[in-house]
Design a protein around this ligand. Structure first.
Ligand SMILES: Cc1cc2nc3c(=O)[nH]c(=O)nc-3n(C[C@H](O)[C@H](O)[C@H](O)COP(=O)(O)OP(=O)(O)OC[C@H]3O[C@@H](n4cnc5c(N)ncnc54)[C@H](O)[C@@H]3O)c2cc1C
Length: 406
């Protein structure tokens, strides 16, 4: 089969655009297909931390990201009003970067798509991939559909960066070796004029709900509410009313929202399953949410998608350039991905499973201690302290991919 593209990438947001950008900058022929037309919003709040800021700076993308006007978020406040405990930590500098940002996805993803295109990748918008082309047991291309025609494209490898409802993962039957059912549905909305500081991410845990407040572009604050899965049936029928009532249920939030105006609808995701999938097989690769989904309550998905895209692009480029055997390069991608993704998966799941419950005693003890030790609080919010063990069973060892070929 005569391959035209070195890589065909399905999906052009954090995972797909960054993979394309890196491969194209190394001179590879990359085709990116996305059914969306950019600038395009997606169902996601959008905080990312210092590690991602550092990676965006390495990619020469920090200037356009900062030009969006999203305020630097230098602190994190954690409050559990029902338990009477709260603390605030300052993010410690990471190679000179001491702030995270909350950039609206309609802006961030457009920056990434433009950068991929500028690097030489061909990005086609409004194109849906409807199937894969197989040749002797190996993926060799895609079937694509735009508003005018249905056509095929051939590539040495097809990368699924098509998000948490990935068709790629289904078509190649990528095994999930860790998974957890949907938990803690999340609803969010934007508010103008919400009182309070604009340099801090705030998390509230009550016995009924979890809340996150992220200051973002255009003087807006993105407010997220997470609830127990068991309540989603009644909640979703009148989600705007329930969402507003949830904000009024916490005294401090009610006061701070009193003069704020909601801008736009309340949006929600109710099917938040968690999983880690094998990310490589014959002629196919997965990256971003298509391969790993961590619950959004800890706001790690964008950062992990960008990090995994860098790892994948490096592995794939060295394989395409004949510098390393593909099997070895892609096994390393899987291994390095899991070093960070696995703890992130566990931490997010622990946080999600606490939703709608009183704080477990070990967490309450830790948070109370952090309230009295500002320096330790800085280290905690900077991810430098171990997470409390609260009785959740740890998961087993992951396999490494054994089917990776190009
Ligand atoms: C409610 C909620 C809140 C969140 N909040 C945060 C947060 O604050 N911080 C954070 O870091 N993460 C957050 N996340 C997670 C974050 O949104 C994801 O981790 C991130 O978007 C993953 O990027 P991706 O590129 O892998 O996939 P996506 O962003 O899902 O992009 C996939 C792309 O693939 C395209 N596509 C899919 N199928 C096809 C097809 N067949 N043909 C062509 N194109 C296709 C789609 O159009 C889309 O553009 C949140 C998620 C949710 C649901």
């Amino acid at each position: 089969m005569a391959a035209i593209w070195d890589a065909i990438i399905v999906g052009a947001r954090c995972a797909g655009a960054v993979t394309a950008l890196c491969l194209a900058r190394r001179g590879h022929r990359v085709l990116v297909l996305d059914r969306a037309h950019f600038p395009s919003d997606t169902l996601s709040t959008h905080f990312f931390g210092r590690e991602t800021v550092l990676r965006l700076a390495d990619l020469d993308l920090l200037d356009p990201v900062l030009a969006t006007g999203a305020p630097p978020l230098t602190r994190m406040r954690v409050a559990a009003p029902d338990a009477g405990v709260e603390f605030t930590g300052r993010f410690r500098p990471l190679l000179g970067f001491a702030a995270g940002y909350c950039v609206r996805r309609i802006l961030l993803d457009d920056i990434l798509v433009r950068a991929a295109r500028a690097a030489g990748a061909e990005v086609r918008e409004g194109v849906t991939v409807t199937g894969l082309i197989w040749h002797e047991g190996q993926v060799g291309g895609v079937v694509a559909q735009d508003h005018r025609r249905r056509y095929t494209e051939l590539g040495q490898v097809v990368v699924g960066a098509d998000g948490r409802h990935s068709w790629m993962a289904r078509w190649v039957r990528a095994p999930a070796y860790l998974s957890a059912p949907a938990t803690a549905p999340c609803y969010y909305a934007y508010y103008r004029g919400l009182a309070g500081p604009r340099d801090v991410v705030e998390q509230f845990h009550t016995d009924r709900r979890d809340y996150v407040l992220f200051p973002t572009n255009d003087d807006l604050t993105c407010v997220l509410v997470a609830l127990p899965q068991s309540e989603v049936g009644t909640y979703r029928m009148q989600h705007e009313r329930h969402f507003e009532a949830d904000l009024r249920a916490v005294r401090e939030l009610a006061d701070r929202c009193a003069d704020a105006e909601r801008v736009g609808p309340v949006r929600g995701a109710t099917d938040l399953e968690s999983y880690l999938r094998v990310p490589a097989g014959p002629g196919w690769l997965l990256v971003g949410d298509a391969a790993v989904h961590v619950h959004p309550l800890t706001a790690r998905g964008i950062g992990l998608a960008v990090r995994d895209a860098l790892l994948l692009a490096e592995a794939l480029a060295t394989a395409l350039e004949g510098l390393r055997p593909p099997q070895e390069a892609l096994a390393e991608y899987h291994h390095l991905r899991d070093l960070e993704s696995r703890p992130a998966y566990e931490e997010a799941l622990r946080a999600a499973e606490r939703t709608g419950r009183p704080l477990p005693p070990p967490v309450l003890r830790l948070w109370s201690a952090l309230a009295a030790q500002p320096e330790a609080a800085d280290r905690y919010v900077s991810g430098e302290l171990a997470q409390p063990v609260d009785g959740r069973k740890a998961t087993d060892e992951a396999p490494t991919p054994d089917r990776a070929t190009l």
